[in-house]
Design a protein around this ligand. Structure first.
Ligand code: FES
Ligand code: FES
Length: 153
């Protein structure tokens, strides 16, 4: 089957039970989406499907059809990081970085829906993403900075 990933049609070999996460990592070499809990509970495998955050560990590749998939590798444009990526970088919103791709893609979708979120909106929107390093305050801060257009002050 073909999947539209990061703006390109890619041929993949996916059976009935093959997850999107497995296809991305093992067939397309897109390792930004991270395997964590494997049961939809931690968010580390989050990618965007038709602009919505999806937990790729519990999403079958066969259900994607022609909907566009965006992974962290496909977020930058013309060599420029997305404003959420830049805000995470500027704000040091990660330690090991394992949760970061999923957090960033969730935040991108959140800001699409709610361009001027409150602190509470961000906390609620990012709820369900686990950061094992506990960088939550910086993550929330980075999303709020991105919402204001980028770099602080
Ligand atoms: S690995 Fe997919 S939600 Fe945890
Ligand atoms: S930065 Fe390590 S899990 Fe979030």
């Amino acid at each position: 089957m073909k999947l539209n990933v990061n703006g390109k049609l890619r041929e993949v070999d996916a059976g009935e039970h093959t997850t999107l996460l497995s296809v991305l990592r093992h067939q397309l070499d897109l390792t930004g989406a991270k395997p964590g809990c494997g049961e939809g509970a931690c968010g580390s495998c989050t990618v965007l499907v038709a602009g919505k955050p999806v937990r790729s560990c519990i999403t079958l590749a066969s259900t994607i059809g022609n909907k566009p998939v965006i992974t962290i590798e496909g977020l930058a444009r013309n060599g420029r990081l997305h404003k959420v990526q830049q805000a995470f970088l500027d704000g040091g919103a990660f330690q090991c970085g394992y949760c970061t791709p999923g957090m960033i893609l969730e935040a991108v979708a959140l800001l699409e829906e709610r361009p001027s979120p409150t602190d509470g909106d961000v906390r609620r929107g990012m709820d369900g993403h686990i950061c094992r390093c506990g960088t939550y305050p910086r993550i929330v801060d980075a999303v709020l900075v991105a919402a204001k257009g980028g770099r602080r002050g």
